[in-house]
Design a protein around this ligand. Structure first.
Ligand code: SAM
Length: 286
């Protein structure tokens, strides 16, 4: 009898992955952590029953979340990652030779431990001397950040705001003001804003809330086969730098990101454009 991992994308839509074996299953202080070896996507991490990342297609999400801001920013040296406990985003950030230091603030130490054991392709980043890992709520970390300490790029690679998980604090409006305070001049902020087919309110509310805080607000997208509906969005906001224009080339091999894809990812199909405020749509068309 085959074993399947089932994710409920909505009350009316389920996704299932055929499982070769269960690598880890347990509850941390924050969430249910599951790692399964799936037939089609390899090792797959799920938190509270929601697939976060798979060995087969994680590169798309991590390349797009890292390389869009890190090639658009004129001189990104200090990067903050909130969430990202699987290590995949940090790996892509650390491939940029111009990045000097990365601080990763992950609320759940067990996610890092499980990723080191079962997602070695993601967790390779944890050996990089430029990376500092802190175990703390990302919103609290920013609240307590000493004045004057700031970053060139801040990336929020957290679980979704829906449900009872720890990600909710990172989508509340006050969090955005903390991000602005922690950004250096020209700094850029990127946050995952989910799959608009299932949670259109996330990209709608996050882009609306961000307009009240950041001078620049943009939305871009990519396709992640694992995520429900495939279509996935990111908010990119900042103090002035336009995230849609790459300023420096990526000279290493990538499998999704290119300069052309970078620019094209900010062209929103009407379905997506209708979810973001008009002022964002107009700015994206310039
Ligand atoms: N790539 C995934 C996605 O697209 O949804 C996210 C992967 S990563 C595993 C998500 C991480 O965010 C988890 O390890 C979770 O523990 C962490 N997280 C959630 N809320 C957090 C918070 N408030 N502060 C810090 N980390 C948080």
């Amino acid at each position: 009898m085959a074993l399947w991992f089932r994710e409920e994308a909505s009350p009316g839509h389920r996704l299932e992955w055929k499982v070769r074996r269960v690598l880890h299953s347990g509850r941390s202080a924050y969430q249910e952590i599951t790692v399964v070896e799936t037939e089609d996507f390899g090792p797959t991490l799920a938190l509270d029953g929601i697939v976060q990342t798979t060995a087969k297609d994680e590169f798309i999400y991590h390349e797009m979340m890292a390389l869009v801001p890190l090639t658009a920013h004129p001189a990104p040296e200090r990067v903050l990652i909130i969430g990202g406990g699987d290590g995949g985003l940090a790996r892509e950030v650390l491939r940029c030779p111009w990045v000097r230091e990365v601080t990763l603030v992950e609320i759940d130490p067990e996610v890092v431990e499980v990723s080191k054991r079962f997602l070695p392709g993601h967790a390779v980043s944890f050996a990089d001397p430029r990376l500092t890992v802190r175990f703390q709520d990302g919103a609290r970390y920013l609240e307590e950040l000493p004045a004057g300490e700031a970053f060139d790029v801040i990336l929020v690679d957290s679980t979704d705001p829906e449900g009872e998980g720890p990600g909710r604090t990172l989508y509340a409006p006050p969090f955005r003001r903390q991000v602005l305070r922690a950004l250096r001049e020209g700094g850029l902020f990127v946050q995952q804003t989910g799959t608009p087919f299932y949670n259109p309110d996330t990209v709608r509310e996050v882009s609306q809330d961000s307009l009240a805080v950041f001078p620049v607000v943009r939305v871009y997208w990519c396709v992640v086969p694992t995520y429900p509906g495939g279509l996935f969005t990111f908010l990119a906001a900042g103090r002035g730098t336009d995230p849609s224009q790459p300023r420096r080339p990526v000279t290493w091999e990538t499998r999704w990101y290119s300069e052309a894809v970078h620019r094209a990812s900010f062209v929103l199909p009407p379905l997506l454009a209708d979810l973001v405020p008009r002022v964002v749509q107009v700015a994206q068309q310039r």
